[in-house]
Design a protein. Structure first.
Length: 314
């Protein structure tokens, strides 16, 4: 049988070290947990608010722009409706204008038909002169009213001729300065085309007889050609200026080579002047022949074959 033996005296007893005590933390109380939770929630709210601020601003801008767009659309709709109404009104006015214009054209045609050539009229800011040339054709000359006024309103020259007669001096207005060939430069071709120089002089004489009537009561101040041909009246000096302007203009345009002069004379003593009481024109043709053109004659170019007076080139 085995025999249990007790521990040997030589054997040392094993020593078991005693562990240090470890303190275990107590779980947080409910109050602390609530505080932490509240802090987290507050942080989340603050973060959301801060993060959502740009989005909110953008949304406000978009809303503002949408409102502006809506207002603009409403205004556009209103303006477009007004525009449509105005467009319709304009169409109605245009129709009325066309009707009135057509009626005016008809009345104008009737008016022209009622007028007897020759005549001078001012209408629709245009001046018109109508007359018959020698072959019976009716000519109409037109000029804008502004151009006509330009020629009429020019300052009139105040220069004079001092003519010696039997030791005395007679003073007469310088008529040559009133001659305006440029006034007829755009229409004088109606009198020159197809005509030689003598035919042209006859056409000028024919025009003057139709469009003017002599008046001895006219003012002593000479008139411009534009005044005489439109007013239809004048005295010898006015007619001499008118015909001198036409003859000079046609001579330049057609290159006739004529010499045209203004003549001052005494009608009571045509070859031995005692005074100056009349003005007429003198034409020298290219071939050397000459012709007196009396501005007041109604039948022939001149009742005189020869005069003694004072001759000045135009």
């Amino acid at each position: 049988m085995s025999e249990e033996k007790g521990p040997s005296s030589k054997e040392e007893l094993a020593t078991i070290p005693v562990r240090e005590s470890i303190s275990v933390p107590k779980p947080p109380t409910k109050k602390i947990l609530s505080g932490i939770l509240a802090a987290l929630i507050l942080g989340l709210i603050i973060g959301y608010v801060i993060g959502s601020m740009p989005i909110r601003a953008y949304k406000e801008q978009i809303t503002g722009l949408q409102n502006q767009l809506q207002n603009q659309q409403q205004q556009y709709t209103l303006l477009n409706a007004n525009f449509q109404n105005l467009q319709q009104d304009y169409a109605n006015v245009q129709d009325n204008y066309n009707t009135l214009n057509s009626n005016y054209a008809s009345l104008q045609a009737e008016y022209r038909g009622a007028l007897k050539v020759p005549y001078a009229t001012i209408e629709k800011r245009n001046v018109t002169w109508a007359f018959k040339i020698i072959d019976g054709t009716i000519e109409e000359w037109h000029m804008p009213l502004e151009t006509y006024v330009y020629y009429v309103d020019k300052s009139k020259p105040m220069e004079y001729h001092y003519l010696a007669i039997d030791g005395q001096t007679v003073t007469v207005r310088n008529m040559e300065l009133f001659v305006q060939p440029e006034f007829f430069s755009k229409v004088v071709s109606d009198l020159t085309d197809g005509n030689n120089d003598r035919d042209f002089v006859q056409e000028v004489f024919n025009l003057r007889k139709q469009l003017t009537t002599y008046s001895s009561d006219i003012t002593d101040t000479p008139q411009w050609s534009a005044e005489t041909i439109t007013e239809g009246t004048g005295d010898c000096e006015d007619f001499a200026i008118l015909m001198g302007s036409l003859l000079t203009s046609g001579n330049q345009y057609a290159n006739y080579g004529m010499t045209v002069q203004m003549v001052y004379m005494d009608t009571n003593n045509p070859t031995s002047p005692q005074t100056v009481n009349h003005a007429l024109l003198y034409v020298k043709y290219r071939d050397g022949t000459t012709q007196l053109v009396d501005s007041t004659s109604t039948s022939v170019l001149s009742p005189w074959s020869r005069v003694v007076g004072w001759f000045y080139d135009l």
